[in-house]
Ligand binder design. Structure first.
Ligand SMILES: NC(=O)c1ccc[n+]([C@@H]2O[C@H](COP(=O)([O-])OP(=O)(O)OC[C@H]3O[C@@H](n4cnc5c(N)ncnc54)[C@H](O)[C@@H]3O)[C@@H](O)[C@H]2O)c1
Length: 278
């Protein structure tokens, strides 16, 4: 059976873990060749070893424009073209509240989460237009990009900005045959949850299971998300199945943002206290 991404070449940032890793695995399984761009060389190297013919790991810090440009070039050098750019890398950023956040933490968080999506879009779109062909760009936003209260101030502002990047780029680039869409994941079971709430990383899986038990039943779908749920959405937006879709923000959150699902940052902070006290 033909793969849904046969013949396509993708760059996926943040591909060494969580959502990006699940997307890399799924894209390869569906026939794509992938440049996995991340700063985590150990896990990125493992991923390349698992898929030596279809995936190339490239050390890429998405806060560096030169690194982003080099990841795009690496896709063309290794696999001859670029069709899909998945701007997905991220980390919690500055944890300060609105009352505490300073300019340095704000700028650092915006650079990591939002400027990276803009620069990834810029360099992928230049590659697409140079080839004269279509292309698809997918940005990872968040429920924190469409509502307040899900996360910290810097992260929330940055994820709202990712949606701005998506809409403006869709408006400007559509005439070149380039589509730009965003996914807004809800609470997904990846190590970022532990990173965000100060839980030791070696307990990340255990913490995700704890949160799933506590918050899963409050979501309309009755569970937290898996990285594969987001990978499937990225695949659809990246593929030719969605060629009339651009500028959208696709919530993949089990319905959490259509109801109050007991998932706001304050709820998770109280869960963390209970988890660490156990
Ligand atoms: N897990 C969730 O609940 C959730 C919800 C909404 C949005 N998101 C977003 O999904 C994306 C992926 O996160 P995840 O949940 O898979 O987390 P994760 O921690 O499992 O993976 C994030 C990856 O990004 C990489 N990364 C961090 N800083 C980087 C940098 N400067 N340059 C390149 N790579 C960098 C990390 O090394 C890691 O491999 C992020 O943008 C995150 O904000 C996650």
């Amino acid at each position: 059976m033909a793969g849904r991404l046969d013949g396509k070449v993708a760059v996926i940032t943040g591909a060494a873990s969580g959502i990006g890793r699940a997307a890399a695995e799924l894209f390869v399984a569906e026939g794509a060749r992938v440049v996995a761009a991340d700063i985590d060389d150990a896990h990125g190297g493992e991923l390349q070893q698992a898929h030596p013919n279809h995936l190339r790991y490239v050390h890429t810090d998405v806060t560096s424009e030169a690194d982003i440009a080099a990841a795009v070039t690496a896709a063309v050098d290794a696999f001859g073209r670029l069709d899909i750019m998945f701007n997905n890398a991220g980390a919690p950023g500055d944890p300060a509240s609105v009352l505490e956040l300073g300019p340095e933490g704000f700028d650092r968080t915006l650079a990591l989460l939002a400027r990276s999506a803009l620069l990834g879009t810029k360099h992928a779109a230049r590659q697409f237009t140079a080839r004269g062909g279509p292309g698809s760009i997918v940005n990872t936003a968040s429920s924190a990009g469409v509502q307040g209260g899900w996360s910290t101030a810097g992260y929330t502002v940055a994820k709202h900005a990712v949606i701005g990047v998506t809409r403006q780029s869709a408006a400007e680039l559509g005439r070149h045959g380039i589509r730009v869409n965003a996914i807004a994941p809800g609470i997904i079971r990846t190590p970022i949850m532990a990173r965000s709430f100060g839980v030791p990383l070696e307990r990340a899986d255990e913490f995700a299971a704890f949160l799933d038990e506590r918050h899963g039943p409050l979501q309309p779908i009755g569970r937290l998300g898996l990285p594969q749920d987001i990978a499937e959405a990225a695949l659809w937006l990246g593929s030719d199945a969605s060629t009339f879709v651009t500028g959208i923000v696709l919530p993949v959150d089990g319905g959490a943002t259509v109801v109050y699902a007991g998932a706001a940052a304050t709820d998770v902070f109280s869960a963390v206290a209970d988890f660490l006290a156990e």
